[in-house]
Design a protein around this ligand. Structure first.
Ligand code: AP5
Ligand code: MG
Ligand code: ZN
Length: 216
């Protein structure tokens, strides 16, 4: 299973990725999580990425592509992977195709989770995340079992620095101009699996499993 999760900010990529990797036993590669880990550790990559992420802009393609190329060469990706939030530009998509070709492989599915802008703003501004394991919760739509604590690893939940209304607006705009064209790009390649994301989290997962040709 070599899968890409596509969808606007807040569409539920991270939430669904957790279920998908458990079911299929593949690694979760989230470029956003990789950048946030580096920001937390204060690495040079983190410092550079932060200057873009805080403005709601994309981190430059060259930097992002190099990170994913290296990650895909690791042993745990041999039998598949779940890319979340990559590719986000046509240049990234083309680099991914080339990288996989050089490893004699290709993508199986590109899942596109569609959600309207209004719902995205509510989801992002009410989100709380675990910086330790990457899990996402929502104060109203998906509260953790214990307030402020991650269900999966018991670390403290925080609000992401880019989940304020101004940055969310920029992220949605950037998505529309730079990432949305990938829907058609993958549709033409016959890889796109369209998922309606404005349903209960469980139901969205059920639809994703169906689109992947598997029971929930
Ligand atoms: P990234 O971390 O990838 O953020 P994003 O794409 O903006 O997406 P999010 O993580 O915000 O949303 P999600 O779809 O994962 O939703 P979630 O499941 O959390 O990227 C951050 C930044 O890093 C980018 O802006 C960019 O600067 C940089 N970056 C990353 N990748 C890059 C790349 N490839 N190239 C260049 N730059 C890159 O859910 C959201 C909320 O909704 C949660 O609260 C959740 O509980 C709730 N929710 C989920 N599903 C449902 C549902 N069905 N019903 C109700 N609520 C729901
Ligand atoms: Mg995410
Ligand atoms: Zn956690």
């Amino acid at each position: 299973m070599r899968i890409v999760l596509l969808g606007p900010p807040g569409s539920g990529k991270g939430t669904q990725a957790k279920f998908i990797i458990d079911k299929f036993g593949i690694p979760h590669i989230s470029t956003g999580d990789i950048f946030r880990k580096n920001i937390k550790e204060g690495t040079p990559l983190g410092v550079e990425a932060k200057s873009y992420i805080d403005k709601g802009q994309l981190v430059p393609d060259e930097l992002t592509i190099a990170i994913v190329e290296d990650r895909l060469k690791e042993d745990d990706c041999k039998n598949g992977f779940m890319l979340d939030g990559f590719p986000r530009t046509v240049a990234q998509a083309e680099a991914l195709t080339k990288a996989l070709e050089s490893m004699n492989t290709s993508l199986d599915h590109v899942i596109n989770i569609a959600v309207a802008d209004k719902a995205l703003v509510d989801r992002l501004t009410g989100r709380r995340v675990c910086l330790s394991c990457g899990a996402s919760f929502h104060m109203v739509f998906n509260p953790p079992k214990k307030e402020g604590i991650c269900d999966y690893c018991s670390a403290e939940l925080v609000q992401r620095a880019d989940d304020n209304i101004d940055t969310v607006s920029s992220r949605l705009e950037v998505y529309g101009t730079q990432t949305k064209p990938l829907i058609e790009y993958y549709e033409i390649k016959g890889l796109l699996r369209a998922i309606e994301g404005e349903k209960d989290i469980d139901k969205v997962f059920e639809d994703i499993c169906k689109a992947l040709g598997s029971d929930k």
